[in-house]
Ligand binder design. Structure first.
Ligand SMILES: NC(=O)c1ccc[n+]([C@@H]2O[C@H](COP(=O)([O-])OP(=O)(O)OC[C@H]3O[C@@H](n4cnc5c(N)ncnc54)[C@H](O)[C@@H]3O)[C@@H](O)[C@H]2O)c1
Length: 266
């Protein structure tokens, strides 16, 4: 049986690595990304070409085409996410996991000085996008036949528990994600569908490069010193934990927020 996932933020970084990790393990994936720049934000989002490159690499890993389908959609658009879920069910007959990895960052100033439009974008994408995916995907996860092992997963952040200056909206959104996951886990109860999150530390992606710029650091490498492992994480290291959480093997966990942070939160 082919297990089926929807992954948001799939065109690069942690979402792309997760899409590829799942594909390598035989999953079919609906790979969702904005795949266009966001006019509210000063750094580039992933492009259509990035999303196409992920599909190409997934085809190679799967040894055949067709196991990953790319969809350009905005996680702020609840109808678009519902359509992605319906398309996954239509193509592959079921949904086993929904993984909210899409995210953006903004700030670089005290919260009262951050442009309101940027603050709203962070809240709408980083928290609203996870709520939208849950609203679209959980009914589909619950539609899977018994015994089911449905998984709702979100990428939170060490920012969910740390007070990071100049990133107040991001911290608020990520703390919101962990609260959402805990409540959803209890709501899902004994249904066979679980809800969990990972909280990455500094991981080498575009968001980290933008964080370095917001803090006036020359490169993101400067963040490595804060982590006891003494290095940045590779997106594949976060993806490996998400792929485990997506699998039936994680059935004993729900409502968990798993640090994958090179020790940052210690
Ligand atoms: N990199 C880190 O150090 C770090 C640490 C903690 C948490 N995170 C979280 O990991 C997740 C993945 O980020 P990343 O580090 O891979 O960064 P990234 O910028 O490489 O990836 C984010 C992806 O989300 C997509 N995206 C942005 N807005 C979107 C929207 N409205 N709708 C659909 N897709 C959208 C982007 O195009 C991009 O492909 C984010 O939720 C981020 O907050 C990252």
């Amino acid at each position: 049986m082919t297990r089926v996932a929807v992954v948001t933020g799939a065109a690069r970084g942690i979402g792309a690595a997760t899409t590829l990790a799942l594909t390598a393990q035989g999953w079919a994936v609906m790979a969702v990304d904005l795949a266009a720049d966001d006019p509210a934000l000063p750094y580039p989002m992933a492009s259509e070409a990035d999303l196409t490159a992920v599909v190409k690499e997934a085809d190679r890993l799967a040894g055949r085409p067709g196991m990953v389908q790319a969809v350009a959609a905005d996680v702020r658009d609840a109808d678009a996410l519902r359509a992605c879920v319906e398309e996954a069910e239509r193509q592959w007959g079921r949904l086993d996991a929904a993984i909210a990895a899409a995210g953006v960052i903004a700030g670089g100033a005290p919260l009262w000085e951050v442009p309101a439009e940027q603050e709203q974008t962070v809240l709408d994408v980083d928290l609203g996008g996870v709520l939208n995916l849950a609203r679209a995907a959980v009914p589909a996860l619950l539609r899977a036949p018994l015994p089911r092992a449905g998984r709702f997963l979100a990428v939170a952040s060490a920012a969910a528990t740390r007070g990071l200056p100049m990133l107040a909206a991001y911290c608020a959104a990520k703390a919101g994600v962990t609260g959402l996951i805990r409540a959803l886990a209890v709501e899902l109860g004994a249904s066979g569908v679980t809800a969990n999150a990972v909280s990455p530390g500094s991981t080498e992606t575009s968001i980290l490069a933008e964080s370095a710029r917001l803090y006036g650091l020359p490169t993101a490498t400067a963040f490595a010193a804060q982590q006891p492992l003494g290095r940045l994480l590779d997106p594949a290291e976060v993806a490996a934990v998400l792929a485990f959480l997506a699998s039936p093997a994680s059935g004993g966990m729900t409502g968990a927020v798993v640090p994958v942070d090179a020790g940052l939160s210690l």
